[in-house]
Design a protein around this ligand. Structure first.
Ligand code: TRP
Length: 333
């Protein structure tokens, strides 16, 4: 029965263009999840302005991201796709939860420490209270699970603490969700610096979903490997991080096992290997890019999706918000 499915909520910040690491990591598995769970996916635009954004670029990326999610297989009929700022309940509950979140616990958040080190000239209050807004994003939908990467686990932990604190005072208002760390999903490293995760901040080693085939190929041809000539294509992430990353990418893009990949390139050099991996990635991304472009050309359709998404999200969100307002003692309008 539809309404007995477990509920899941997740957001992605439209703060950078989606790349291969996003895709082969979490994103690729989302279409399977929408079959199993009732899913809410949103573009976390409210969160992006904790660091300065170029307005036109933010709008473009938000739009592109919706199109990309659909192109990646998130059927908007089967899940709720929406833009965070379109559902005011996020900000409204965010404020309430600010008042149930402690200065001390926010000060201990690693992301806050990292981001304030990186943006020393703009350590704003939003950056600090980011976790209580994120808690609101989650708790509004009473989910069972929150699919996140390792780096976001601390945020789900604090969300649970906030929920429990609030429930402790007012009774069972919020469901306390579990983080959901996907069993599958690769951790793709940068092509130019395979010690760190693929990231838009190192664009030379980052393959974007919308990139042209020739640019993708160029990046793969320049990928960092090593000087092993004996039996070079071997999976050994410690000794051979660059090569192992390429094996991982190729395996994920083609569905082959690491052993099969090693066998396929036994006795071959890196030149051939890198081009074959590049070609496989180009073919893997081609349908997504083409579908994204097609969707972006149909703005009216996309608009109908985000409108419907916001309405559906709001229906759920508003119930939780009303309950919260009542519990804390706000006079009904
Ligand atoms: N903080 C998340 C990130 O940077 C994005 C996010 C915002 C999110 N709200 C959320 C993720 C709610 C899951 C649930 O990746």
């Amino acid at each position: 029965m539809e309404n007995q499915k477990k509920v899941m909520v997740s957001g992605i910040q439209p703060s950078g263009d989606l790349h291969l690491g996003n895709y082969l990591g979490p994103l690729r598995h989302w279409p399977e999840m929408i079959e199993e769970f009732d899913c809410y996916f949103f573009m976390a635009d409210l969160h992006t302005i904790t660091v300065r954004q170029d307005p036109a670029a933010l709008r473009r990326r938000t739009l592109t991201q919706i199109a990309q999610y659909i192109a990646c297989g998130l059927d908007p009929e089967k899940c709720v796709l929406f833009v965070q700022s379109h559902v005011p309940a996020h900000s409204q509950l965010g404020w309430v939860l600010d008042c149930y979140t402690m200065f001390g616990e926010l000060s201990r958040m690693t992301q806050f420490k990292d981001k304030s080190a990186k943006n020393a000239d703009n350590i704003n209050a939003g950056l600090f209270t980011y976790p209580s807004l994120m808690a609101a994003d989650i708790l509004l939908y009473q989910p069972d699970f929150v699919p996140v990467g390792e780096d976001q686990k601390q945020h789900v932990e604090i969300c649970r603490d906030i929920a429990e604190r609030f429930n402790g005072v007012y009774g069972d208002v919020f469901k306390v969700p579990e983080p959901y760390i996907a069993k599958v999903g690769a951790r793709i490293m940068g092509l130019s610096a395979p010690e760190s995760k693929m990231s838009k901040s190192a664009p030379e080693g980052c393959v974007f979903l919308m990139e042209k085939p020739e640019d993708i190929m160029r990046k793969f041809k320049r990928a960092v490997t090593d000087s092993d000539t004996e039996n070079p294509v071997r999976y050994d992430p410690k000794a051979k991080p660059g090569v192992s990353n390429l094996i991982q990418i190729y395996a994920a893009a083609t569905g082959k096992s690491y052993e099969a990949v090693e066998a396929e390139f036994a006795g071959q050099g890196y030149g051939v290997f890198k081009s074959v991996v590049g070609e496989a990635v180009i073919e893997c991304l081609r349908p997504i890019r083409e579908e994204t472009e097609r969707l972006l050309a149909d703005k009216a359709y996309l608009e109908s999706i985000w409108r419907a998404g916001a309405e559906r999200a709001e229906r759920t969100a508003i119930k939780t918000l009303r309950k919260v307002y009542k519990k804390v003692g706000f006079l009904p309008r």
